[in-house]
Design a protein around this ligand. Structure first.
Ligand code: UFG
Length: 340
């Protein structure tokens, strides 16, 4: 089975290409290289022992998208390609609305024209905002998004719900919690552009002296140690959730389907716990300073995982320590950050 992975050279896309291959699928990748590196293709090839078919281009390019579906027999699509920087989306909302929403609409038009009806979509726990009860399950109401980025995820889910309601089309939206880690080979991992926005790559870059020190955004939250709590999931577990979702879509008898699943571990860890665990792994002190809260951050979120376990037969298998060890090992050999 051939699976088109949009954004397949990115952090989650590249690990998913590997997981799909291990499960017997054939990945076909499209990526515009805006926030990824062509060298990742060779690294994927090193892991899976062949080079996936690759198209360099943009999902907004409908002519290219149609050509891919003509040239390859596509059986399903996993759509990662999107902009994802929360802060940038506040500054440049149109960039996010145009790219993230328009590319999904074009993809749906192309899939409809070409009769391909299985789609796994990258959504985010950002759709929940600060949930009123934890762990948060899929029935919790979507709260108004606190960034244009978050809003694009909510809007895309609505588009998929509406589209699947009137077409023979099956979609699963996976609501990711906080992906971290890297492939245990250290051949692929996270390559943030410029200064990382996210906690774990910022810490690992501090550990290898690319950054001077970590700023911890607030220790006055109503949590046990005062820092925010998130559900950190190993990217390889997350990648395997896409395989489980595709498998479910393919065997599902109804011709139309839209469903959402949390993809997390079910555990919440604070910023200070992440720092401490990495200090233990590397036997090294991490230089950090507590500063004021970052605007838009929620206090705590972690996933209820029963639905994915029961319906997709998927559970996160790797520990936090494993994920942080793989993130640190990757950082030690990772290429220098681009875009500074
Ligand atoms: N943090 C720091 N210092 C840093 C970076 C982060 O203290 O330099 C803290 C944040 O304040 C937060 C925690 O570490 O408390 C996690 O922050 P991340 O930026 O790593 O992750 P977020 O939970 O803020 O964001 C992630 C994804 C978003 C997604 C969101 C959904 O990066 O794309 O989860 O909740 F929208």
């Amino acid at each position: 089975m051939n699976i088109l992975i949009t954004g397949g050279l990115g952090f989650i896309g590249s690990h998913t290409a590997v997981a799909l291959t291990e499960a017997g699928y054939k990945p076909i990748i499209i990526d515009n290289l805006n926030n990824s590196d062509i060298k990742v293709l060779d690294k994927i090839a090193e892991i899976i022992a062949f080079k996936p078919v690759f198209y360099q281009g943009d999902c907004l390019d409908k002519i290219l998208m149609l050509r891919i579906f003509d040239e390859q027999k596509i059986d399903g699509v996993i759509h990662f390609a999107a902009y994802k920087a929360v802060g940038e989306s506040v500054q440049l909302p149109l960039k996010y609305y145009q790219n993230n929403i328009q590319s999904l609409c074009i993809l749906l038009e192309v899939m409809q024209e070409k009769g391909v009806n299985n789609l796994v979509f990258s959504s985010s726990c950002t759709v929940y905002g600060q949930p009123t009860s934890l762990p948060v399950d899929e029935n919790a109401p979507s709260l108004p998004a606190n960034s244009p980025y978050g809003n694009t995820k909510q809007i895309c889910e609505e588009i998929l719900r509406d589209f699947s309601a009137v077409n023979p089309f099956k979609t699963i939206a996976l609501r990711y919690f906080n992906p971290i880690g890297a492939h245990p080979s250290s051949l692929i991992g996270e390559l943030p552009l410029g200064i990382p926005n996210n906690l774990v790559p910022f810490i690992t870059q501090t550990m290898v002296k690319i950054r001077e020190k970590l700023l911890v955004f607030g220790d006055d939250y109503p949590t046990p140690d005062g820092t925010c709590i998130r559900d950190y999931i190993h990217v390889c577990d997350l990648a395997e959730a896409h395989v489980a979702a595709l498998f479910y879509l393919q065997k599902h008898e109804n011709t139309s389907l839209f469903d959402t699943f949390n993809i997390g571990t079910g555990n919440g860890n604070s910023v200070l716990e992440i720092i401490k665990t990495l200090e233990e792994i590397a036997n090294q002190k991490i230089d950090y300073q507590v500063v004021s809260r970052r605007s838009g951050d929620i206090t705590a979120v972690y996933a209820a995982t029963e639905k994915a376990s029961k319906i997709l037969h998927w559970n996160a298998k790797r520990t936090l320590k494993q994920a942080l060890t793989d993130a640190y090992n990757w950082q030690k050999t990772a290429p220098s950050p681009k875009g500074e």
